[in-house]
Design a protein around this ligand. Structure first.
Ligand SMILES: Nc1ncnc2c1ncn2[C@@H]1O[C@H](COP(=O)(O)OP(=O)(O)OP(=O)(O)O)[C@@H](O)[C@H]1O
Ligand SMILES: [Mg+2]
Length: 210
Protein backbone atom coordinates (compact mmCIF):
# COMPACT_ATOMS: atom_id res chain seq x y z
CA UNK A 1 0.00 0.00 0.00
CA UNK A 2 1.28 3.43 -0.90
CA UNK A 3 1.38 5.86 1.98
CA UNK A 4 0.26 9.28 0.79
CA UNK A 5 1.76 12.20 2.69
CA UNK A 6 0.36 15.62 1.79
CA UNK A 7 2.26 18.73 2.81
CA UNK A 8 0.06 21.76 3.07
CA UNK A 9 -0.50 25.05 4.84
CA UNK A 10 -2.68 28.08 4.26
CA UNK A 11 0.19 30.44 4.76
CA UNK A 12 2.67 30.72 1.90
CA UNK A 13 6.41 30.45 2.14
CA UNK A 14 6.50 28.31 5.28
CA UNK A 15 8.83 25.77 3.72
CA UNK A 16 6.40 23.27 2.16
CA UNK A 17 8.34 22.63 -1.03
CA UNK A 18 11.69 22.49 0.75
CA UNK A 19 10.26 19.96 3.16
CA UNK A 20 8.52 17.98 0.40
CA UNK A 21 11.72 17.59 -1.62
CA UNK A 22 13.79 16.66 1.42
CA UNK A 23 11.27 14.33 3.03
CA UNK A 24 10.93 12.47 -0.28
CA UNK A 25 14.74 12.29 -0.43
CA UNK A 26 15.02 10.99 3.11
CA UNK A 27 12.29 8.37 2.58
CA UNK A 28 14.10 7.29 -0.58
CA UNK A 29 17.28 7.11 1.49
CA UNK A 30 15.52 4.70 3.83
CA UNK A 31 15.02 2.37 0.90
CA UNK A 32 11.42 3.30 0.12
CA UNK A 33 10.19 3.64 -3.43
CA UNK A 34 9.06 7.26 -3.38
CA UNK A 35 7.55 9.81 -5.72
CA UNK A 36 7.05 13.54 -5.26
CA UNK A 37 3.91 14.95 -6.84
CA UNK A 38 4.05 18.68 -7.28
CA UNK A 39 0.72 20.49 -7.45
CA UNK A 40 2.41 23.85 -7.68
CA UNK A 41 4.30 24.89 -10.79
CA UNK A 42 5.74 28.16 -9.60
CA UNK A 43 9.42 28.97 -9.19
CA UNK A 44 10.05 27.44 -5.77
CA UNK A 45 8.35 24.16 -6.55
CA UNK A 46 9.71 20.63 -6.54
CA UNK A 47 9.35 20.32 -10.30
CA UNK A 48 11.59 23.30 -10.90
CA UNK A 49 13.96 21.94 -8.28
CA UNK A 50 14.16 18.67 -10.20
CA UNK A 51 14.73 20.58 -13.46
CA UNK A 52 17.68 22.45 -11.93
CA UNK A 53 19.06 19.13 -10.70
CA UNK A 54 18.81 17.69 -14.19
CA UNK A 55 20.39 20.77 -15.75
CA UNK A 56 23.31 20.47 -13.32
CA UNK A 57 23.82 16.85 -14.36
CA UNK A 58 22.92 15.56 -10.89
CA UNK A 59 19.30 14.38 -11.09
CA UNK A 60 17.38 13.86 -7.87
CA UNK A 61 17.36 10.17 -6.90
CA UNK A 62 13.54 9.98 -6.92
CA UNK A 63 10.82 10.90 -9.38
CA UNK A 64 9.13 14.29 -9.39
CA UNK A 65 5.99 14.80 -11.47
CA UNK A 66 3.36 17.45 -11.92
CA UNK A 67 -0.12 16.62 -10.67
CA UNK A 68 -1.46 16.38 -14.23
CA UNK A 69 1.27 13.99 -15.32
CA UNK A 70 0.77 11.22 -12.77
CA UNK A 71 0.33 7.92 -14.63
CA UNK A 72 -1.02 4.74 -13.03
CA UNK A 73 2.21 2.90 -13.79
CA UNK A 74 4.16 5.42 -11.71
CA UNK A 75 2.07 4.46 -8.70
CA UNK A 76 2.61 0.72 -9.02
CA UNK A 77 4.88 -0.58 -6.27
CA UNK A 78 5.24 2.82 -4.68
CA UNK A 79 5.83 2.87 -0.91
CA UNK A 80 5.35 6.58 -0.37
CA UNK A 81 3.89 9.41 -2.38
CA UNK A 82 4.62 12.91 -1.14
CA UNK A 83 2.26 15.62 -2.30
CA UNK A 84 3.41 19.24 -2.29
CA UNK A 85 0.20 21.23 -2.47
CA UNK A 86 -0.25 24.55 -4.18
CA UNK A 87 0.81 27.76 -2.47
CA UNK A 88 -2.44 29.02 -1.03
CA UNK A 89 -5.02 26.26 -1.17
CA UNK A 90 -8.72 27.03 -0.89
CA UNK A 91 -10.60 25.49 1.98
CA UNK A 92 -12.46 23.23 -0.42
CA UNK A 93 -9.14 21.81 -1.61
CA UNK A 94 -7.92 21.40 1.95
CA UNK A 95 -11.08 19.50 2.80
CA UNK A 96 -10.57 17.20 -0.18
CA UNK A 97 -7.04 16.40 0.96
CA UNK A 98 -8.58 14.39 3.78
CA UNK A 99 -9.85 11.87 1.26
CA UNK A 100 -6.59 11.70 -0.68
CA UNK A 101 -3.93 11.47 2.00
CA UNK A 102 -3.02 9.13 4.83
CA UNK A 103 -1.13 11.89 6.56
CA UNK A 104 -1.49 15.64 6.23
CA UNK A 105 1.66 17.37 7.36
CA UNK A 106 1.34 21.05 8.16
CA UNK A 107 4.69 22.85 8.28
CA UNK A 108 4.72 25.85 10.56
CA UNK A 109 7.16 28.46 11.66
CA UNK A 110 7.51 29.15 15.37
CA UNK A 111 6.58 32.83 15.53
CA UNK A 112 3.32 33.70 17.31
CA UNK A 113 1.64 34.80 14.07
CA UNK A 114 2.65 31.62 12.25
CA UNK A 115 1.47 29.50 15.16
CA UNK A 116 -1.88 31.31 15.12
CA UNK A 117 -2.28 30.58 11.41
CA UNK A 118 -1.45 26.94 12.07
CA UNK A 119 -3.96 26.70 14.91
CA UNK A 120 -6.60 28.20 12.66
CA UNK A 121 -5.94 25.61 9.99
CA UNK A 122 -6.09 22.80 12.54
CA UNK A 123 -9.35 24.15 13.92
CA UNK A 124 -10.81 23.99 10.45
CA UNK A 125 -9.35 20.65 9.37
CA UNK A 126 -9.71 18.55 12.52
CA UNK A 127 -13.54 18.40 12.55
CA UNK A 128 -13.55 18.01 8.75
CA UNK A 129 -11.33 14.94 8.98
CA UNK A 130 -13.22 13.52 11.97
CA UNK A 131 -16.50 13.87 10.09
CA UNK A 132 -15.02 11.90 7.18
CA UNK A 133 -14.30 8.93 9.43
CA UNK A 134 -10.64 9.80 9.72
CA UNK A 135 -8.46 8.15 7.10
CA UNK A 136 -6.07 11.07 7.23
CA UNK A 137 -3.96 11.88 10.24
CA UNK A 138 -3.02 15.49 10.80
CA UNK A 139 0.37 16.51 12.15
CA UNK A 140 2.25 19.76 12.47
CA UNK A 141 5.95 19.87 11.72
CA UNK A 142 7.84 22.90 12.95
CA UNK A 143 10.17 24.24 10.29
CA UNK A 144 12.65 27.06 9.96
CA UNK A 145 13.24 26.66 13.67
CA UNK A 146 16.02 28.90 15.01
CA UNK A 147 18.92 26.52 15.76
CA UNK A 148 19.82 28.54 18.85
CA UNK A 149 17.46 28.90 21.79
CA UNK A 150 14.30 27.02 22.69
CA UNK A 151 11.69 28.62 20.42
CA UNK A 152 11.09 25.29 18.65
CA UNK A 153 10.55 23.30 21.83
CA UNK A 154 8.33 26.03 23.26
CA UNK A 155 6.20 26.17 20.11
CA UNK A 156 5.89 22.39 20.12
CA UNK A 157 4.84 22.33 23.77
CA UNK A 158 2.29 25.09 23.23
CA UNK A 159 0.70 23.31 20.26
CA UNK A 160 0.61 19.99 22.11
CA UNK A 161 -1.09 21.73 25.07
CA UNK A 162 -3.74 22.90 22.60
CA UNK A 163 -4.32 19.30 21.58
CA UNK A 164 -2.37 19.29 18.30
CA UNK A 165 -0.31 16.33 17.10
CA UNK A 166 3.19 17.69 16.50
CA UNK A 167 6.24 15.90 15.12
CA UNK A 168 9.00 15.54 17.69
CA UNK A 169 11.57 16.47 15.08
CA UNK A 170 12.21 20.17 14.67
CA UNK A 171 13.40 21.11 11.20
CA UNK A 172 15.87 23.83 11.90
CA UNK A 173 16.66 26.88 9.82
CA UNK A 174 19.90 26.67 7.89
CA UNK A 175 21.06 28.68 4.92
CA UNK A 176 22.16 25.38 3.38
CA UNK A 177 18.53 24.75 2.37
CA UNK A 178 18.49 27.88 0.24
CA UNK A 179 21.71 26.79 -1.39
CA UNK A 180 20.22 23.36 -2.01
CA UNK A 181 17.20 24.97 -3.71
CA UNK A 182 19.41 27.13 -5.91
CA UNK A 183 21.54 24.17 -6.97
CA UNK A 184 18.61 21.76 -7.29
CA UNK A 185 20.21 19.30 -4.91
CA UNK A 186 19.38 17.87 -1.51
CA UNK A 187 20.84 19.72 1.44
CA UNK A 188 23.12 16.76 2.23
CA UNK A 189 24.95 17.41 -1.06
CA UNK A 190 25.56 21.12 -0.49
CA UNK A 191 29.03 22.25 0.46
CA UNK A 192 28.19 23.93 3.72
CA UNK A 193 29.34 23.21 7.23
CA UNK A 194 25.75 22.84 8.42
CA UNK A 195 24.65 20.58 5.56
CA UNK A 196 24.99 17.34 7.53
CA UNK A 197 23.17 18.80 10.53
CA UNK A 198 20.32 19.99 8.34
CA UNK A 199 20.10 16.60 6.62
CA UNK A 200 20.03 14.85 10.02
CA UNK A 201 16.83 16.76 10.88
CA UNK A 202 15.16 15.54 7.70
CA UNK A 203 16.28 11.99 8.30
CA UNK A 204 14.90 12.09 11.84
CA UNK A 205 11.60 13.35 10.49
CA UNK A 206 11.44 10.56 7.91
CA UNK A 207 12.19 8.00 10.59
CA UNK A 208 9.41 9.42 12.74
CA UNK A 209 6.87 9.25 9.93
CA UNK A 210 7.30 5.71 8.59
N1 LIG B 1 14.54 24.77 7.14
C1 LIG B 1 14.82 25.84 6.42
N2 LIG B 1 15.92 26.59 6.69
C2 LIG B 1 16.21 27.70 5.97
N3 LIG B 1 15.49 28.15 4.95
C3 LIG B 1 14.38 27.45 4.63
C4 LIG B 1 13.99 26.28 5.32
N4 LIG B 1 12.83 25.82 4.76
C5 LIG B 1 12.54 26.67 3.76
N5 LIG B 1 13.45 27.64 3.67
C6 LIG B 1 13.46 28.79 2.73
O1 LIG B 1 12.23 29.48 2.87
C7 LIG B 1 11.76 29.94 1.60
C8 LIG B 1 10.37 29.36 1.34
O2 LIG B 1 10.48 27.97 1.28
P1 LIG B 1 9.55 27.08 0.32
O3 LIG B 1 9.60 27.57 -1.06
O4 LIG B 1 9.91 25.66 0.59
O5 LIG B 1 8.14 27.42 0.98
P2 LIG B 1 6.69 27.08 0.43
O6 LIG B 1 5.82 26.93 1.65
O7 LIG B 1 6.74 25.93 -0.49
O8 LIG B 1 6.31 28.39 -0.36
P3 LIG B 1 5.03 28.62 -1.31
O9 LIG B 1 3.88 28.84 -0.38
O10 LIG B 1 5.41 29.84 -2.09
O11 LIG B 1 4.87 27.38 -2.13
C9 LIG B 1 12.80 29.48 0.58
O12 LIG B 1 13.69 30.54 0.38
C10 LIG B 1 13.52 28.32 1.29
O13 LIG B 1 14.86 28.18 0.87
MG1 LIG C 1 6.02 25.72 -2.44
Amino acid sequence: MTRVIAITSEKGGVGKSTLAVHLTGALHGRGLNTLLVDEDDRVGSGLRWAQRALAAGTPLPFGVVGADDVKPKMLAGLDALVLDTEGRPRRKELRQLGGRADLILVPSGVSPLELDATRELLEFLTPELDAKGGRAQLRVVLTRVPPVGRAGEEARDALVRDGAAVCRTLVRQYAAYQRAAEAGTLVRDVRDERAATAWADVQALAEELV
